[in-house]
Design a protein around this ligand. Structure first.
Ligand SMILES: CCC(=O)SCCNC(=O)CCNC(=O)[C@H](O)C(C)(C)COP(=O)(O)OP(=O)(O)OC[C@H]1O[C@@H](n2cnc3c(N)ncnc32)[C@H](O)[C@@H]1OP(=O)(O)O
Length: 510
């Protein structure tokens, strides 16, 4: 049978329309776009080439498959993409859906281009489980492919609706997830299932909504007001990364002057006074180039991309505005993953240190602070991209190690004239060493005098000039000269050897 033009066009029209009108109306009422509209917002006009468009056109009761896949360009650079169509069985994965997702990830991996996931899905199609769940090319293969592609090509997800059960792992295996407030959710069991299994009464929003994941669990990276914001965020993320691990991040031709921020005035002399390290980063980097990732989660540590003289850098910075900049379990995890991301995609790392150390106490010990801290220090050790540590105000204890201190093969350790590097702050150190002696002095004035003398002695020991003379720091740089110094040092480190250890991989303390 030959297919005439008109019949083929009608078939295409039917497929492009997706599910029944009532599902479109229900989505529109929630402010949700149709899958194909999302694709159009993401890609360069006219660049989309669809794969497997006719999947399921002969299936009973289905207007089309539940996912749209294909290749396109974004800002002129090739990508692969998938977009769940929630008007077809709530975007659940039928057998063809799974095959299409598997194939497009394989295409992205083998051609070395980023994979973008536009997610809005009920997870596995429960009614079709034999065809899609257990086999060699069942749903598990999606995750296998994502893990294989991780660190080889960028993988970014915009999440617009539910991402249920197994479906929740697609975002989880991505480098970043942009979630739309109010509609996006991720959860392993629906609210109905949770009540059945545990008796807990909850809602999708309260249990796995965008705010929960972006501010509490850390599974989400960007909380977005609209679908267009989420798509723009994915595009911005991709603009800092190469297409794959063999390439360098795209350099911007325009080398903007940095925002006019007086870096010296920004850092208070007193360690007890907080300052916003995000402003400091903005003052160092090219104008408007700082792109913060996970701004709402573990805020005591700031991470993000920026540009120095047009070249991409990854920034890891302590922020004393939140919990005094002390490292906790979540902030250690946040840093670990970002350092691995930058190392995978050849993004040099800039550490801005103002760290009192890791948190102490029974609560964090029970959470495994040692394990999480060790994980962060592992990532810092294994990162072979150019890395520079700037001690902006202080680097105390294991915080120095976690922020790529001198023992971790940084390409430079730079201190500002006011920087302090020590095993701990003066007050804690004097207390640790002289607690018995201090307690034995009954006269209050005499005791204060003793403590002040010991503190002064300690401060002399950790004097930054002394540390420079011992080659602990490579340079003491005035704040006004720091940007130029970093540009020159990163350029000098660009061609460095990237080998770390003779082995298959380490055994990470997770
Ligand atoms: C790898 C292991 C796995 O992934 S197991 C997957 C388990 N998935 C789930 O438990 C999610 C079940 N679905 C839901 O909770 C809801 O459908 C969610 C995703 C919240 C969307 O709700 P809502 O937008 O109101 O749609 P709805 O429930 O009215 O469903 C629309 C039509 O789609 C269907 N549907 C939904 N989910 C599935 C599924 N997982 N498998 C098969 N069919 C599914 C519904 O039956 C409904 O169909 P119809 O309109 O009644 O013909």
């Amino acid at each position: 049978m030959t297919l005439d033009e008109e019949t083929l066009e009608q078939l295409r029209k039917r497929v492009r329309a997706g599910g029944a009108e009532r599902y479109h109306a229900a989505n529109a009422a929630k402010g949700k776009l149709f899958a194909r509209e999302r694709v159009a917002l993401l890609v360069d006009e006219g660049s989309f080439v669809e794969d497997g468009m006719y999947a399921n056109v002969l299936a009973d009761g289905l207007p089309a498959d539940g996912v749209v896949t294909g290749t396109a360009t974004v800002d002129g650079r090739p990508i692969c993409l998938m977009a769940n169509d929630s008007t077809v069985k709530a975007g659940s994965w039928g057998a063809r859906t799974v095959e299409k997702i598997i194939r497009i990830i394989e295409r992205a991996y083998t051609t070395g281009v980023p994979m973008v996931y536009l997610v809005d899905s009920a997870g596995a199609r429960i009614t079709d489980q034999v065809e899609l769940f257990p086999g060699r090319r069942g749903a598990g293969k999606i995750f296998y492919n994502q893990v294989r592609a991780s660190g080889s090509i960028p993988q970014a997800c915009a999440l617009f609706g539910p991402s249920a059960a197994g479906g929740a792992y697609i975002p989880a295996f991505c480098d970043v997830v942009a979630m739309v407030e109010g509609n996006a959710s991720m959860y392993l069991g629906s609210d109905r299932m949770v009540e059945m299994v545990t008796g807990e009464k909850t809602t999708l929003e309260a249990m796995g909504g965008a705010k929960v994941h972006c501010a509490e669990s850390g599974v989400g990276h960007f909380l977005c007001k609209t679908e267009a914001d989420a798509i723009d965020t994915v595009k911005r993320y991709l603009s800092y990364l190469p297409s794959n691990w063999t390439q360098h991040p795209p350099k911007r031709e325009a080398q903007n002057a940095p925002e006019k921020i007086d870096l010296a005035a920004l850092v208070p002399a007193s360690e007890r006074q907080a300052f916003d390290m995000r402003r400091y980063a903005n003052g160092l980097l090219d104008s408007d180039s700082f792109f913060e990732i996970q701004p709402l989660w573990a805020k005591e540590l700031t991470i993000g991309f920026g540009r120095l003289n047009g070249e991409v850098v990854g920034v890891v910075a302590n922020n004393s505005m939140f919990k005094g900049g002390v490292l906790f379990v979540d902030s250690a995890d946040k840093a670990t993953r970002f350092v691995q991301l930058c190392d995978a995609f050849n993004v040099p790392l800039l550490f801005l240190s103002d760290v009192p150390g890791f948190m102490v106490g029974s609560a964090v010990e029970k959470q495994g602070i040692i394990r999480h801290g060790a994980k962060m220090i592992t990532a810092i050790s294994e990162a072979t991209v150019p890395k520079i540590c700037v001690v902006v105000r202080k680097a105390y204890g294991a915080g120095l190690y976690a922020m790529a201190g001198p023992g971790f093969e940084p390409d430079a350790t730079i201190a500002l004239p006011t920087a302090k590097i020590a095993v701990m702050g003066a007050e804690a150190a004097v207390n640790a060493v002289y607690a018995n002696k201090i307690a034995a002095i009954s006269d209050e004035d005499e005791r204060a005098e003793f403590v002040a003398a010991k503190r002064a002695e300690y401060e002399r020991d950790i004097d930054i000039v002394r540390l420079a003379s011992e080659l602990v720091v490579d340079a003491i740089v005035e704040p006004g000269d720091l940007r130029g110094e970093l540009i020159r040092r990163f350029a000098a480190a660009a061609g460095k050897d990237r080998h770390f250890s003779r082995r298959r991989h380490g055994v990470t303390p997770v």
